[in-house]
Design a protein around this ligand. Structure first.
Ligand code: 13P
Length: 261
């Protein structure tokens, strides 16, 4: 099993996922408040805002020279076409998004997205040079039935089918147990570590140790300022994907400032 070595180049990536919250004005006010609070942080900070706020926040981040990378929360796998209500990778990039969350459990469970569809989106994002954060995670029933490792393997291999090692190195993976999302029930750091080590092991088996050792694997699910550091202290937890606690600049900055580079 590959382990984080002292030579590992994995940096800490703290991402906020705003989901369907904040208007353009609210998003801009948030960025203005957050930027000075995280000036000294060594972590890389990502913010996945609603589609409508991408352009304004990307412009603002540039104007403020703020250490925040703006991204999106979903996209379609086609380059363009008659897909009412959908959005293409190149449109996201055009608006200023540098990354996109794909396969989030809310997309998988509420909107019935399959590994196959997510795989197509991952490939499109990579082809159109927007960085995917691929989310995977088991439900409570799957965990209780001892299926966690098998589910993570299936989601990983299904969503990453046909992705080359070079392309994989451009991505992030987020382990988000469904039972921990929005519930206040954070995974125990040891359980998060076990899942992350398993994910890295599956990546190593299929893409080699060297590649697996370089991939940033984030944990997501009820991350708060008071549990973030314990999660990040685990060797295979390289970052966090934060939902509710990223909506307030106060709590998000505390999570960011509590983390190491
Ligand atoms: P919460 O932090 O609100 O549990 O959400 C996690 C999440 O879904 C991030 O993508």
């Amino acid at each position: 099993m590959p382990r984080k070595s002292p030579l590992s180049s994995r940096s800490t990536v703290i991402a906020g996922n705003w989901k369907m919250y904040k208007t353009i004005d609210e998003a801009k006010a948030f960025v203005e408040t957050l930027a000075p609070l995280i000036e000294k942080s060594q972590a890389t900070v990502y913010l996945a805002v609603p589609f409508t706020a991408i352009h304004a926040t990307a412009q603002l981040v540039k104007a403020l020279d703020a250490p925040i990378v703006i991204g999106a929360q979903n996209m379609n796998d086609a380059t363009e076409g008659a897909f009412t209500g959908e959005i293409a990778a190149r449109m996201l990039k055009d608006a200023g998004a540098q990354f996109v969350i794909l396969g989030h459990s809310e997309r998988r469970h509420i909107f019935n997205e399959s590994n196959d569809f997510i795989n197509k989106k991952v490939k499109r994002a990579l082809e159109d040079a927007i960085q995917p954060i691929l989310c995977i995670g088991e439900t409570l029933t799957q965990r209780e039935e001892g299926e966690t490792e098998a589910v993570l393997r299936e989601q990983l291999l299904g969503s990453l089918e046909g992705v080359s090692s070079d392309a994989l190195l451009k991505m992030l993976v987020a382990y988000e147990p469904v039972w921990a999302i929005g519930t206040g029930k954070v995974a125990h750091p040891d359980d998060a570590q076990a899942a992350h080590a398993h994910v890295r092991g599956v990546l190593a088996e299929n893409w080699g140790d060297e590649v697996a050792n370089q991939i940033v694997i984030q944990y997501g699910g009820s991350v708060k300022p008071d549990n973030a550091a314990d999660l990040l202290s685990k060797p295979d937890v390289d970052g966090l994907l934060v939902g509710g606690a990223s909506l307030s600049a106060d709590s998000f900055s505390k999570i960011i400032n509590g983390s190491k580079a």
